[in-house]
Design a binder for this molecule. Structure first.
Ligand code: NDP
Length: 458
């Protein structure tokens, strides 16, 4: 990597750039992992130098004071043009210094056209490409996209970003599993009853119908982020934390991951929120939101049960759920242990299963274990041991950009894994498209249909 590198953002007038990417860049620039970055934004929309400067300054907000941030602000420019036009891409490369990073903050269909346009352009040395989810819309499309990308740059310079797989989340789970003698010996089907992974949001659609109505909860969260978390929970120990070893273990466990019993009808559920109240605010029914096409029957809540067909996990359900318009934010992995085979006579009390809860952002660990009661030692109780795993130094997009600038694709999704994640959920998508699973309604601000499999919060 040369001293200064260029970040070219395609789709710089969009929501992702302003709300997440630029603040992420600012958090990286002020950290120890910061690098010297020349920033070029581009898009078809016009932006005067002053307007662009204001966008970047606003996004950098309180993080604009570091030397690196000041240099980036001073050299930043917006070059208007169509990113699908090879002549415009050439212009962007001519304005670049060092080995550029091209970040596709674009609707997926446009990204595909840009990749084709790149084939017609003389590319700068060391070019890296960063692509957002969704990566294609099914396994065949993801495969095709991978083939197109490989015509442009080698796999190690392709970053399929997943801002959920932040370094701290992954390392916290790896540390918990493999850096002590307590958990790994019980991390198997002899001891674990079930694994649940939740990503519930209180927010409704918030004006994002254009993207979300085509994706839905299954593609937006389960197919992408939650399967990656499942992989980190279920994988074998990697020989080292690097792009080859860690990603090989992730790929291996996902190759063994399937919809439970191969039956999407009994293993999946979908819901859509109706009008309700969240934190005292009225939320309209999803079907009445602007831009929603009710023919699509898009789900705002999805639950899918998977199985991991390895010796370690035989028979253990992995239930993944994500929803919008829920009563409470719930972003966590909940591991429920099996009951002890037998209790000594004389110990009484209602025992609930031992649990391990790994909360994701903010990261905390909560172990709920059955112990003797405080007042009456013969009467069992649940004791809760809780610890804070600390706040990551960077925002999730700061982490993503750090991996890209430092040529470290460890936490980016490898091409075969992107394809495999589509293959895993394909039976569910097909069953839902064929209307074999009913779209259940739940009021916004509720915790979803009560009879669903995932545990209600204790
Ligand atoms: P937007 O819909 O805001 O689009 C981004 C930009 O793309 C637009 O500002 C527009 O710029 C450009 N664009 C749109 N249509 C075309 C076209 N036909 N030809 C050329 N350029 C076009 O997207 P987001 O910023 O919301 O998201 C970008 C990517 O990031 C998507 O893949 C999304 O799935 C992903 N993502 C988004 C998140 C978010 O919270 N927004 C979160 C996680 C991922 P202009 O008109 O100036 O050319």
């Amino acid at each position: 990597m040369t001293e200064t590198t260029t970040l070219i953002i395609l789709g710089a007038s969009g929501d992702l750039t302003e709300r997440l990417l630029l603040p992420g860049l600012a958090s990286l620039l002020k950290s120890d992992r910061g690098v010297d970055v020349k920033l070029i934004g581009t898009g078809r929309s016009a932006r005067s130098p002053k307007e662009w400067d204001d966008v970047v300054k606003t996004a950098f907000n309180g993080d604009a004071g570091s030397d690196l941030a000041k240099r980036t602000l001073a050299s930043s420019e917006y070059i208007q043009g169509d990113p699908t036009d090879p002549a415009h891409l050439e212009k962007l490369f001519e304005a670049s210094v060092g080995e550029p990073v091209m970040y596709f903050a674009l609707p997926p269909a446009i990204s595909t056209r840009v990749i084709k346009a790149l084939e017609k352009v003389k590319l700068p040395e060391g070019l890296r490409l960063a692509l957002e989810k969704p990566f294609g819309s099914d396994e065949a499309e993801a495969k095709q996209l991978n083939q197109e990308l490989l015509k442009v740059v080698p796999e190690e310079r392709i970053h399929r970003t997943d801002h959920f797989l932040g370094r701290s989340t992954v390392l916290d789970i790896i540390g918990l599993r493999f850096a002590n003698r307590l958990f790994e010996p019980v991390w198997n089907s002899d001891n674990i009853e079930k694994v649940e992974i939740f990503y519930d949001e209180v927010l409704g659609l918030e004006g994002r119908a254009q993207y979300y109505d085509k994706a839905g909860a299954l593609v937006d969260m389960i197919q992408s982020h939650l399967l990656q978390i499942l992989a980190i929970i279920a994988m074998e120990a990697p020989a080292s934390i690097d792009a080859v070893e860690l990603r090989s273990e992730i790929a291996r466990v996902l190759r063994a991951t399937w919809v439970k019993d191969g039956d999407p009808v009994t293993s999946s559920r979908r819901g859509q929120y109706t009008a309700g109240t969240i934190s005292g605010k009225d939320v309209p029914s999803y079907s009445d939101e602007e831009g929603v096409d009710n023919e699509r029957q898009t789900e705002t809540l999805a639950e899918v049960e998977f199985e991991v067909k390895t010796r370690r996990w035989a028979g253990v359900p992995f239930i993944l759920r994500s929803g919008k318009g829920m009563t409470k934010i719930r972003k966590e992995v909940l591991i429920t242990f099996k009951p002890v085979p037998v209790l000594p006579a004389g110990l009484t009390g209602a025992t609930s299963p031992d649990t391990l809860r790994i909360e994701i952002s903010p990261e905390t660990l909560e172990l709920g274990v059955t112990t003797n009661g405080k007042g009456n030692p013969l009467s069992l109780e649940k004791s809760v041991l809780k610890t804070d795993l600390g706040k990551p130094e960077l925002t999730p997009y700061g982490e993503v950009l750090s991996g890209i600038f430092h040529d470290d694709p460890t936490l980016s999704i490898r091409g075969d894994v992107a394809e495999r994640c589509w293959a895993i959920v394909a039976p569910v998508i097909a069953a839902w498209e064929a209307d074999m699973v009913p779209l259940e309604k739940y009021p916004a601000g509720s915790s979803g249909p009560a009879e669903w499999k995932t545990s209600q919060e204790a």
